[in-house]
Design a protein around this ligand. Structure first.
Ligand SMILES: NC(=O)c1ccc[n+]([C@@H]2O[C@H](COP(=O)([O-])OP(=O)(O)OC[C@H]3O[C@@H](n4cnc5c(N)ncnc54)[C@H](O)[C@@H]3O)[C@@H](O)[C@H]2O)c1
Length: 314
C-alpha cells in the first residue's frame, strides 16, 4: 500500500512516542485513530499533539493536514478495525507487547501491517501469539518521532518480505528516512551505536580523563556537528583526502584498531552514577531541561530545513 492508499492510521499507546507519531501522521494529512487504556489518556494526547503541532506547522504541514482528523477511543479493537497501517507504542515489556500484538492481530484486517516502535525487543518474540505474524514488523523511530526522520525497519522470523516493503514504502512516502535491518539484533542499529559511545563516555569519566561537561563539548562541538550531516563511514572517507576510505584505512586503520583494544567496559557503579549526574546538574547550571529541550528542538528544525536544501547528501 502506498501513501496515497494509506489514509487511516491507528496509533496504539499514546505516551511519549505514540503522541509524537500521532502529531506527525496528522501533519502528513492522515486520519488517525488513537487508543490507550490509561485514565486521562485522551486529554494528555490532545495536549501533547497541540504542543508538537506548533513545531510541525513551522516545518510545513502537508495538504489536508488537520487536528480534526484525530479521533480517540479507549477500545483497542475498535481503534484498529478500519486501520490501513498500525503503529504500536505500548509499554516496553515482552509479556505486555506479545499480548497486545495477539489482540491487535485478531482485531485488525489481516492484510494490514502492524509496526512496533519497540526500542529493544525482538519482533520474532513479539509476533509469537499472532495468527498473521507475516504482517508484523518493527518500525522503530527515534525520539522525538515528529522531528527525527530515522525509522529502523526489521522483520521477525515470521514476517513476510512484502510487509517489510510496505512499511519501508509507507515511511518513505510520509517523509521519513527508513532503513532496513537485514537481521534482528537487540537494540537495533542506532541505539547500539549510541550505546557504544556512551560506554566509552562513561569509561572516560570513570578514569578521570575528562569531565562530564568536557565530554559533551567534545561531541557537540566536534564530531557531532559532522555526524548530523554525514555518517561515520562517509566522514571517514572524507578524512582520507584524495585517497579516500582506502587511504584512511591503510593510514589510520592500525591506530584505530589499537584504540578499539583499549576501549573501556564500565559498570554503572553508584560512584560513577553520582559523578555523571553531578556533572549533568553542573552543566545545566539551574536551567530547566524543558527549556533546553525547546531550544534543542528549535535548532533541530533549523538543521532539518537546512539539510532539506541539500537532498543529494546521502
Ligand atoms: N521514549 C523513547 O525515547 C523511545 C524511542 C523510540 C521507541 N520507543 C518505544 O516506544 C514504545 C513506547 O514508549 P514510550 O516512551 O512512549 O512509553 P510511555 O510509557 O510514555 O507510553 C506507553 C503507553 O502505552 C500505554 N499502554 C499501556 N498498556 C496498553 C495497552 N494494552 N494498549 C495500548 N496502550 C497501552 C500506556 O498507558 C502509555 O500511555 C516502547 O516500546 C519504547 O521502547 C521509546
Amino acid at each position: 500500500m502506498t501513501k496515497s492508499e494509506i489514509t487511516q492510521v491507528a496509533v496504539v499507546g499514546t505516551g511519549v512516542i505514540g503522541a509524537s507519531w500521532t502529531a506527525y501522521f496528522l501533519a502528513q494529512g492522515l486520519d488517525v485513530v488513537a487508543t490507550d487504556p490509561a485514565q486521562g489518556a485522551e486529554d494528555h494526547l490532545r495536549a501533547d499533539v497541540a504542543r508538537h503541532w506548533r513545531s510541525l506547522e513551522a516545518m510545513g504541514l502537508a495538504p489536508g493536514a488537520s487536528l480534526d482528523k484525530l479521533s480517540f477511543t479507549s477500545d483497542l479493537e475498535a481503534a484498529v478495525r478500519n486501520a490501513q497501517f498500525i503503529q504500536e507504542n505500548g509499554p516496553e515489556r515482552l509479556d505486555i507487547k506479545a499480548d497486545l500484538f495477539r489482540r491487535l492481530d485478531a482485531a485488525a484486517p489481516s492484510d494490514v501491517v502492524v509496526a512496533s516502535s519497540s526500542s529493544g525487543l525482538l519482533i520474532s518474540q513479539v509476533q509469537t501469539a499472532c495468527r498473521h505474524p507475516e504482517r508484523i514488523v518493527l518500525g522503530h523511530p527515534f525520539n522525538p518521532p515528529h522531528l527525527i526522520p530515522l525509522v529502523e525497519v526489521v522483520g521477525g522470523v515470521g514476517t513476510a518480505p512484502e510487509a517489510i516493503a510496505t512499511a519501508l514504502k509507507f515511511y518513505a512516502a510520509i517523509g521519513k528516512r527508513p532503513i532496513h535491518l537485514r537481521k534482528e539484533v537487540a537494540g537495533h542499529v542506532a541505539n547500539r551505536l549510541q550505546a557504544a559511545l556512551w560506554r566509552e563516555a562513561f569509561h572516560l569519566v570513570d578514569l578521570g580523563v575528562a569531565t562530564v561537561s568536557d565530554i559533551d563539548t567534545a561531541i557537540a562541538h566536534g564530531p557531532g556537528l559532522r555526524w548530523a550531516l554525514l555518517g561515520p563511514f562517509l566522514n571517514l572517507h572524507l578524512s582520507g583526502g584524495r585517497g579516500g576510505i582506502d587511504h584512511v584505512l591503510n593510514h589510520l586503520g592500525p591506530a584505530i584498531e589499537s584504540w578499539w583494544r583499549d576501549l573501556g567496559d564500565p559498570s554503572l557503579t553508584p560512584e560513577l552514577r553520582h559523578k555523571v549526574s553531578d556533572g549533568v546538574r553542573e552543566m545545566l547550571a539551574g536551567r530547566s531541561a524543558e527549556g533546553m529541550e525547546t531550544q534543542r528542538d528549535a535548532l533541530l528544525r533549523d538543521l532539518l530545513r537546512a539539510k532539506s536544501g541539500s537532498p543529494d547528501l546521502p
